[in-house]
Design a protein around this ligand. Sequence first.
Ligand code: NAD
Length: 416
Amino acid sequence: MQRVGIVGLGYVGLPLAVAFAEEGLEVIAVDVDHAKLASIAAGESYIEDVSSKRLGSVSERITATPRYAKLTKADAIVVCVPTPLTANREPDLGVLRDAGVAIAGVLQEDQLIVLESTTYPGTTRERLVPLLEESGMRAGHDFHVAYSPERVDPGRTDFTMRTTPKVVGGLTPACGDRAEELYAHVCDDVVRVSSPDVAELTKLLENIFRSVNIALVNELTLLCDRMGIDIWEVVDAAATKPYGFMRFDPGPGMGGHCLPVDPFYLSWRAREFDMATEFIELAGKINQDMPYKCVERVERALNDQAKAVRGARVAILGISYKPDVADTRQSPALKIIALLKRMGAEVAYHDPYVPELQSHLLRSAPYPELLEGADLVVILTAHSAVDHRLAVECGSAILDLRGVTRHMRAGTAARQ
Ligand SMILES: NC(=O)c1ccc[n+]([C@@H]2O[C@H](COP(=O)([O-])OP(=O)(O)OC[C@H]3O[C@@H](n4cnc5c(N)ncnc54)[C@H](O)[C@@H]3O)[C@@H](O)[C@H]2O)c1
């Protein structure tokens, strides 16, 4: 295996392209976004997990191009395009279809095509393969097909692509062999499963597991708030159990590109089999409702000071969907800010990773200056670069939805 094509150079595709290039493979990087292509060519990374230094050191092995025709020279093509939901929360495979049609037009005998985009079980076999077979060649005979889910966790440094086992399901055993050979370049442990369908559902199980557990701890947070119990003290105590418990922390809701989206791919698919996936729906409902519950807590925290939301100066810390990343996709902060502005609050925020929030016409304010004159400081995402002690010491009321200041506030009310 000498040349790999990557289609879709986003959070998943760019780290993969760099990893292959670092192992000495030639990479043909295809994307429709010309700004990204120009950045790759200039060795300037736009993804936090890939430094420009890393990208720059391999950029002569990466050809960034909008032309699918360049993929004719690749031994394998890995597809990492978006798989969002439609407005009606149904799978939107439009981009995958476009990519599949374009690849079919340049497909070569003996090439391996691997889908990495998260999707429902059956997509590779029922949706991608027929598109590729429009080339006149047969999958599993003239070319190879596999599915391998991406497990990238943006911002995580303790597990890398090399040390995170990679699940691979081939359309045939030979397809699986080829995919295993491909990923062995960048991964120490390739886990073979019997089909693309199994690999597709494996990824969804992983994400649904997180979604359900986040919903559970968020629901308990609401209950604890009513009961006057500190949820973080409960979670800390439960996490001392050495087996049978996995820690999930409360927060203002669920964000990112994956968890609010992927589970609904499965619930949609399940309907074809006369199944209602109730855990998925319930977790989605609870997590979606969290921003509204957070706004209620803002109202209460202001009310405790005899203040209304209208006209109140609310200083928000952290708006990306999780700590130490810049990604604001589906971040609960977006909904919370929109709701507070609609109620007449004067909202300002500080986030070292998000200089501006165009959708809300806001720019990140300097910190700690943001705290001056705030009626309420709301911690939505706790970035490690932000000194939250300054917020505790500024004297304004704090609504800490991440529990980062509770030990700093010993002797003061830890909950709102
Ligand atoms: N971001 C994550 O942490 C993560 C983790 C695991 C799985 N996934 C899954 O991986 C897939 C990609 O996610 P992402 O976060 O990298 O998305 P992304 O939006 O960051 O990147 C997708 C890229 O595809 C490009 N693209 C769009 N249409 C195209 C086309 N027709 N041809 C070529 N390129 C095209 C876009 O310009 C973009 O650069 C999704 O299915 C997602 O669910 C993402």
